[in-house]
Design a protein around this ligand. Structure first.
Ligand SMILES: *Cc1c(COP(=O)(O)O)cnc(C)c1O
Length: 402
C-alpha cells in the first residue's frame, strides 16, 4: 500500500477506491457513521484474526478475563452490539441455564418474562429499547411517569413474574426524578430480582458493577473504539446463561473472531490508558472565539449530562437574526465536502453541539471556518423550520435507497 494513500487517522485505500464521502465528526459516537475510529493495534488484531482459524470459546474466555479486569465484574462475554446484549441479558434472566427454555424463546418465554423499567428510561437509541426486550420474548413492565418515579411503584411491579429490572444510564433518558441506581438495585435485590444496566455509551466501566448491578452492558465500538461489538459484564451464572443464548435467539447476534480480537485489544488499551476526560481546551477556546463573533450565533460550554468532566460547545442559532434555523445550518454543514456532522439532539430547540473528541486542531479550525462561510453565504440557506419529525426516522434510515 502506498503510504500517501493512508491519512493520519488510518483511512485506507479501500475506502478511497469506493469514494465514500469523507466525514469530520463533531457529533459523537454515532452508529450511522461507524461509531469510532480504532487505533492501529485494534485494527491489526482484527486483521490478524481474519487470517486464521481460532477457537471462539477460547477467545470468549480471554474476553471474559479482560472484561473482568476492566469492570470489576466476575465474568463477561461478547456479542454483536449493545442492543443485542440487551436482548441476550433479558433472555438470560428468563431462562437461566435451562437449555430447553433457551430453545423455546421468544415465543414460549417461561414463567418469568416481565422486565421492569422506569418510563424515563424507555429510550430510542436508533431503535426502541423496548424492541430489544421484546425480541427475547420479554414483556416490558413500565413504571412511573416521565418526570417522577417512586419506590412504591417499583416495589409494586416486582413479582414472581419478573425476570429482571432494567436500568438505563444515558444522556437519552429523563435526567430528573428517576430512582437512583443504588436504590433501584436495593429494591430489586430485596425481591431476589437481578438488575441489568444498559450503559452502552458510557465511559465509566466500574461504578455500575460496584453499585450492585448483576449484568452491565457496554458498546465495544463507542467509547472503547473497538470493532462493532457488545460487552456483557456481570455475575458468573448470569454471564453463562447469557452466553448459552447462542444456542437459541442469539445465534443471529453472534460476534466473529475479528470482532472479539479487536474488542479485547480495545479493552486492554482502556485498561492501560484510562479513556481520558475529553476537554481539549484549545479547540473549545478557538471555536468560542470564531463563533461568538458571528451575528445570530451564541455559544456556551456544556458538560455532558452524565460524564460531566467532558465538555462540548453548544451553538444556539437565533433564527430571527440569522434568517435560518439551527436545522438548516446543520444540514448545510452535512452537505459540504468533507461532510461536517454536528451533535443534533437539540436541533428542534434551535441549537446543536460541537464535540471536540474526534478532531485534530486543523479539522476543528476547518469546522469553525465552514460555519462562518455557511453563514456568510446564508442567502442560499432555506429558512427551513424544524426537522421533519413525521418522516425524519424513515428518511434517516432509507435516504441511501430512494
Ligand atoms: C448506543 C446505545 C445502544 C445500542 O448500542 P449498539 O452497540 O449500537 O447496539 C443501546 N443503549 C444505549 C443507551 C445506547 O446509547
Amino acid at each position: 500500500m502506498n503510504e500517501s494513500d493512508e491519512t493520519a487517522r488510518g483511512r485506507r485505500l479501500w475506502v478511497y477506491e469506493h469514494r465514500f464521502s469523507e466525514i469530520i465528526n463533531v457529533g459523537g459516537n454515532f452508529s450511522a457513521i461507524g461509531s469510532s475510529v480504532a487505533t492501529a493495534a485494534v485494527r491489526a488484531a482484527t486483521a490478524d484474526a481474519m487470517a486464521c482459524f481460532i477457537d471462539i470459546n477460547e477467545m470468549q474466555a480471554a474476553a471474559s478475563e479482560t472484561i473482568a479486569r476492566l469492570t470489576g465484574a466476575a465474568a463477561g462475554c461478547l456479542t454483536s452490539c449493545a442492543s443485542a446484549a440487551v436482548t441476550i441479558c433479558v433472555a438470560a434472566t428468563m431462562t437461566g441455564l435451562d437449555l430447553a427454555l433457551v430453545e423455546s424463546l421468544p415465543a414460549e418465554a417461561g414463567e418469568r418474562d416481565e422486565v421492569v423499567l422506569q418510563l424515563g428510561h424507555v429510550v430510542d437509541y436508533g431503535a426502541p429499547l423496548l424492541s430489544a426486550i421484546k425480541l427475547a420474548g420479554g414483556k416490558p413492565r413500565i413504571i412511573g411517569q416521565v418526570s417522577r418515579v417512586f419506590d412504591h411503584q417499583l416495589e409494586a411491579a416486582l413479582s414472581e413474574r419478573t425476570a429482571a429490572a432494567l436500568y438505563v444510564v444515558s444522556h437519552l433518558t429523563a435526567q430528573n426524578g428517576q430512582i437512583p441506581l443504588e436504590r433501584f438495585v436495593e429494591l430489586a435485590h430485596a425481591r431476589g430480582i437481578p438488575v441489568i444496566v444498559d450503559a452502552a455509551a458510557e465511559r465509566d466501566f466500574r461504578s455500575f458493577i460496584a453499585a450492585g448491578a448483576d449484568l452491565v452492558i457496554y458498546s465495544g465500538h463507542k467509547v472503547l473504539a473497538g470493532p462493532t461489538s457488545g460487552i456483557i459484564a456481570g455475575r458468573k451464572e448470569l454471564v453463562r446463561a447469557a452466553y448459552l443464548q447462542n444456542a437459541g435467539i442469539a445465534r443471529g447476534m453472534k460476534i466473529g473472531k475479528e470482532g472479539i480480537a479487536g474488542a479485547i485489544v480495545a479493552m486492554e488499551q482502556a485498561l492501560a490508558h484510562p479513556v481520558a476526560a475529553n476537554k481539549p481546551e484549545e479547540i473549545l477556546a478557538a471555536w468560542c472565539q470564531t463563533l461568538t463573533a458571528l451575528k445570530g450565533l451564541s455559544v456556551e460550554r456544556r458538560p455532558d449530562p452524565i460524564a460531566t468532566d467532558m465538555h462540548r460547545l453548544k451553538v444556539t442559532v437565533n433564527r430571527y437574526l440569522t434568517g435560518f434555523s439551527a436545522a438548516a445550518l446543520a444540514q448545510a454543514l452535512g452537505q459540504r465536502r468533507p461532510r461536517i456532522l454536528v451533535r443534533d439532539f437539540g436541533i428542534s430547540h434551535g441549537y446543536f453541539e460541537l464535540d471536540p473528541s474526534f478532531v485534530s486542531a486543523d479539522e476543528a479550525e476547518l469546522v469553525a471556518e465552514a460555519i462562518k462561510e455557511t453563514i456568510i453565504k446564508s442567502t442560499t440557506l432555506p429558512d427551513k423550520g424544524e426537522t421533519d419529525h413525521r418522516n425524519g426516522k424513515v428518511n434517516s434510515y432509507l435516504r441511501w435507497l430512494e
